[in-house]
Ligand binder design. Structure first.
Ligand code: URP
Ligand code: ZN
Ligand code: ZN
Length: 466
């Protein structure tokens, strides 16, 4: 499909508006929109016409939190950039922002180079990188400036995982100060890892060795406490702050309080916290291991607060934190000791559909669906106006979405390289039909037609919420 493509007759939904409009694509970009049936629409001509009658025409999803082939917990996340971005495309996500990791003792540059090496020539859809800063020292801080210049404009610090990715408050403060100076956006995994490790040891000594204990020791108050501390450190540093994978109502309350003060503090949650709960961690036998991630799944009562936070814009973004580990051979590493279960859930393929289900159930408006899944992550991470919207000049990353199709999520039919689905058997209304990435079909009416290497590395600008 070269030349000009016209998507005709669909309901175009962006974060800002909805309209029955025809969309003209040329040279990989959105060239024009015209009200369906208007004279202007009638004058649009193209080599290829896609009939989107009865469908939504929405921007490709932007998943701003993935971990493809990330070494973690003594093993490596099971999706490569090739399999993970292919699954993303199947699910209507056309851009991912993955986390390059600095090794302790290593440089940011070496970590970033290693992630480029993994991704280069293998991705089905476009991708960018955040940088995990695991070893804050003078040279690292200087390197942050260079990364911002070249399009890696966000830096993740961990208050969890002592001895692995953890940074103490002093290191975090220094990284935040540097970001305040160079315009980067600091991100934080907010859990009090030192206190959690005490509770982990106590649980294991008491014989509480199963997956359920993972949720219990990673107490909601220890997420809230770390969130509060991160916000104060950002205030002292004069930096903005983006808190990843918010799951606890009390942590969200800290964000809300900060935002009520007018602070540039932002939050993300993930589908697993909206649709799954601590009940999954308590499933019989070792089944709960499938749901071990950090922050952990919370008791069901937290979900209402998260949905409310999305509606009130106290949470801006829904990302997946896609970090899959197979049950066989990977999650099983933690039989008899929950602290050895590799942390992470698969989900890159399911995010757009699960959030559409929230539209079906009246929890989110259609526009808010597109905002939290496409537009807000694009603005947050400096990808707007190329990504996250359908407007003249934007990349033609477009999903034709059938809002009435029924589907049942299952490991038997998904495309992620992992042997289970966290949503096995869940029935959803709505399904991705066709996906264009920069105007090129990647999924065509339910058939994958993409290729490894189509996806391009996408340097990012600064956060556009500041
Ligand atoms: O459980 C999780 N979230 N695994 C991935 C690493 C992280 O903390 O984001
Ligand atoms: Zn994390
Ligand atoms: Zn993560």
């Amino acid at each position: 499909m070269n030349g000009r493509t016209l998507i005709r007759g669909g309901l175009v939904v962006t974060a800002a508006e909805e309209a029955h409009a025809d969309v003209l694509i040329e040279a990989g970009r959105i060239a024009a929109l015209a009200a369906h049936g208007s004279d202007a629409a009638a004058s649009l001509t193209a080599d290829t016409v896609i009939d989107a009658t009865g469908r939504y025409v929405v921007p490709g999803g932007v998943d701003a939190h993935t971990h493809m082939e990330m070494p973690f917990g003594g093993t490596t996340a099971s999706d490569t950039f090739e399999t993970g971005t292919r699954a993303a495309a199947w699910g209507g996500t056309t851009t991912i922002v993955d986390f390059a990791v600095q090794s302790v003792g290593g440089s940011l540059r070496a970590g970033l180079d290693a992630w480029h090496e993994k991704a280069d020539g293998r991705c089905a859809v476009d991708y960018g990188f955040h940088m995990i800063v695991a070893d804050v020292h003078d040279r690292t801080l200087r390197e942050m400036d260079a990364l911002v210049e070249e399009g890696v404009t966000s830096f993740k610090l961990f208050m969890a995982y002592p001895g692995v990715l953890y940074s103490d408050d002093g290191r975090i403060l220094r990284a935040f100060q540097r970001a305040a100076a160079n315009g980067g956006l600091p991100m934080v995994h907010a859990e009090n890892g030192i206190a959690i490790d005490v509770l982990v040891r106590q649980a294991l000594e008491a014989g509480r060795t199963g997956p359920r204990a993972h949720g219990e020791v990673r107490h909601a108050l220890l997420e809230a406490e770390a969130t509060h501390r991160a916000i104060q450190l950002a205030r002292v540093a004069g930096s903005p702050l983006y808190v990843v994978h918010v799951s606890a109502e009390q942590a969200l309350a800290e964000l809300t309080a900060a935002r009520d003060l007018g602070l540039p503090v932002f939050g993300e949650t993930c589908p697993q916290y909206l649709f799954l709960s601590a009940d999954n961690l308590a499933e019989p036998g070792f089944e709960g291991a499938k749901y071990v991630c950090s922050t952990p799944l919370r008791p069901r009562e937290h979900q209402a607060a998260l949905w409310r936070g999305l509606r009130t814009d106290d949470l801006q973004v829904v990302s997946t934190d896609h970090c899959p580990f197979c049950f066989a051979g990977q999650k099983e590493l933690g039989r008899g000791d929950f602290s050895r279960i590799p942390n992470g859930l698969p989900g890159v393929e399911n995010r757009m559909d699960l959030l559409h289900q929230a539209v079906v159930e009246g929890r989110l408006s259609r526009r808010r669906w597109i905002d939290v899944a496409c537009a807000a992550p694009a603005r947050m991470f400096g990808l707007h106006p190329r990504k996250g919207t359908i407007a003249p000049g934007a990349d033609a990353d477009v999903v034709i979405y059938d809002p009435h199709a029924e589907q049942t999520l299952s490991a038997r039919t998904h495309h992620m390289n992992v042997d289970y689905s966290a949503y096995e058997g869940r029935t959803l209304t709505g399904r991705v039909e066709t996906v264009l990435s920069r105007g090129v079909p990647v999924v065509d009416r339910g058939t994958y037609v993409g290729r490894a290497g189509h996806g391009q590395y996408t340097p990012r600008g600064l956060c556009q919420y500041l």
